[in-house]
Design a protein around this ligand. Structure first.
Ligand code: HEC
Length: 131
């Protein structure tokens, strides 16, 4: 019985210290890391463009999303280029679909909505997100 009581009190104190841990974390989150504050969404999008947690878009779609040849296939004895298209002037819904599902040689990505919007705003500086 005493043993049982001991276990309960240990569990209770563990829970209490976990709660304390949470509150210090929360108060740290009140002031976000300095770096984020002066990264604009486009700058964030640009960083993601080279490093989107996966192979960089830049590797296939080139500088600023202008597209390029990423390889060649042979068809009926003829070399045929594999193109990564220009991705700077397309509708957001189309952009999002390609990222979520992949397309042809392009892998799919597991990006959050805000990451996709940041990427899109980097590639379409003059266009507001239009569906
Ligand atoms: C391995 C090369 C590769 C990488 C890496 C890659 N793509 Fe692609 N992407 C392609 C190819 C090839 C296509 C064309 C697919 C097709 O139409 O068959 C494509 C298509 C797209 C499309 C659709 C264009 C349209 O007109 O429908 C978008 C948008 C796109 N890519 C954005 C991105 C973004 C953003 C990233 C980075 C997060 C990325 N891609 C990474 C190769 C790549």
């Amino acid at each position: 019985m005493l043993r049982y009581f001991l276990i309960i009190s240990i569990l209770l104190s563990l829970q209490l210290s976990a709660e304390e841990g949470k509150s210090t974390l929360l108060s740290q989150n009140d002031s976000p890391p300095q770096r984020i504050e002066f990264l604009t969404q486009r700058e964030y999008g640009k960083a993601l463009y080279s490093n989107p947690r996966g192979i960089g878009c830049i590797q296939c779609h080139g500088q600023d999303g202008n597209g390029g040849i990423i390889g060649y296939t042979k068809q009926k004895g003829k070399q045929k280029p594999i193109l990564a298209p220009k991705i700077t002037n397309i509708k957001f819904i189309r952009f999002e679909n390609a990222l979520k599902n992949g397309k042809g040689f392009m892998p799919k990505y597991n990006l959050s909505a805000s990451e996709m919007v940041a990427l899109y705003s980097y590639l379409n500086p003059n266009q507001i997100k239009s569906k």
